[in-house]
Design a protein around this ligand. Structure first.
Ligand SMILES: Cc1cc2nc3c(=O)[nH]c(=O)nc-3n(C[C@H](O)[C@H](O)[C@H](O)COP(=O)(O)OP(=O)(O)OC[C@H]3O[C@@H](n4cnc5c(N)ncnc54)[C@H](O)[C@@H]3O)c2cc1C
Length: 322
């Protein structure tokens, strides 16, 4: 292994780490001799067992960050760790709102560049990052030059999260120190979006709707089908931009990457920017009235038909199944 040390920013969520954090820990241990995790929150140190299970030997705990966005204290704590422990070969950060905030602030503190939108990491005499370009049709490879750690922001679902059964990580306190005026902004209100089924990124079945639905009200067909299949509803950017559904539903280059067991694309043409976010699905079903729609090129099962006829029939069949 050419890389001796990788740090992974592991975002806490509901008593564990986010799925992207677990994916990064799992992949990091395949090409680095030592993997350390950095987390925060009231119960950060309780996550030592999870961190160890996914390959980290040390868990740096920034502690409770109170009512500030984590970006400020976590970036400050990591910069302090680099100063006291020496720099790792790379710092891997999940692509998320907080992850991006941490990466930007850390870049300024360490005076090191950030590589973003990363979907692959290879050890070839040093760390090589892979980035999809031109709607995922080309892969660009990049690497860091100069001294200091590479800061790498990795997209969800780029790797598989797999526990390794390692011993609990050793917890080491990593205080943020004085963050000065940057720590002055406070969270005054937060809102958790209502959701009844599984998360879009984690669902085994995703049913997505596109412009072919015709009007916003018809998205109810997508929601009902997803619910009956215990899946999550997704969307193309066209209907997000049209204001039919929130951005959190968007699948694709500028939305979420999903890799469910079954992906059902309804009234979606199959633009490269959409396909880059779902082509890794195990089974792809497409419903489109245009037999030449590009989505059929990657579909395992194609239904040439009107979504307004096919979806109600599917819903009826699923209800009859019980
Ligand atoms: C920089 C950039 C980033 C982008 N990021 C994303 C992204 O993250 N995600 C994304 O989705 N897009 C993204 N896009 C937009 C993308 O290029 C397409 O415009 C978008 O995906 C099209 O959405 P759509 O398939 O719903 O609509 P359309 O392309 O308009 O396709 C509608 C489809 O519905 C079919 N249809 C119509 N009526 C029916 C019916 N009654 N029954 C069945 N089928 C019917 C039509 O045959 C057609 O194939 C991006 C674009 C750019 C430039």
């Amino acid at each position: 292994m050419a890389l001796s040390s990788i740090w992974v920013v592991a975002e806490p969520s509901n008593g564990t780490f986010t799925s992207t954090s677990l994916e990064l820990l799992s992949h990091a241990r395949t090409f680095s001799a030592t993997v350390s995790a950095i987390t925060w929150g009231e119960h950060g140190s309780d996550l030592a067992a999870v961190a160890g299970d996914y390959g980290a030997t040390t868990l740096y705990d920034v502690g409770d960050v109170g009512d500030v966005l984590p970006g400020v204290p976590v970036a400050s704590a990591i910069a302090a760790l680099v100063a006291s422990q020496g720099a790792p070969d790379a710092i891997l950060i999940p692509t998320s709102y907080d992850g991006r905030d941490i990466a930007g602030r850390l870049s300024a503190r360490l005076d090191r560049p950030v590589l973003t939108n990363v979907t692959g990491l290879i050890d070839e005499d040093g760390l090589i990052t892979e980035h999809p370009a031109f709607g995922g049709t080309q892969i660009v490879k990049a690497h860091f030059t100069g001294e200091g750690p590479g800061i790498v922001v990795v997209r969800a679902k780029s790797f598989v999260a797999e526990p390794a059964g390692g011993a609990s990580a050793v917890v080491v306190g990593a205080p943020a120190g004085d963050t000065g005026v940057t720590g002055g902004a406070k969270i005054v209100q937060s809102h958790i979006e209502e959701r009844s089924g599984p998360k879009l990124e984690e669902a085994a079945v995703v049913v997505s709707g596109g412009r072919g639905l015709g009007e916003a009200e018809k998205y109810a067909l997508i929601e009902e089908t997803a619910k009956l299949l215990n899946g999550a509803p997704g969307a193309s950017r066209a209907i997000v931009d049209a204001g039919w559904v929130p951005y959190s539903h968007q699948v694709g280059q500028t939305g979420k990457t999903v890799k469910p067991t079954v992906y059902i694309a309804c009234g979606i043409s199959g633009a490269t920017q959409h396909m880059v976010g779902m082509k890794g699905s195990k089974n792809i079903v497409a419903i489109n009235k245009d037999a030449d729609a590009p989505i059929f090129q990657i579909a395992d099962l194609g239904i040439v038909g009107d979504v307004h006829k096919v979806l109600p029939a599917l819903i009826e069949a699923l209800k009859a199944r019980g």
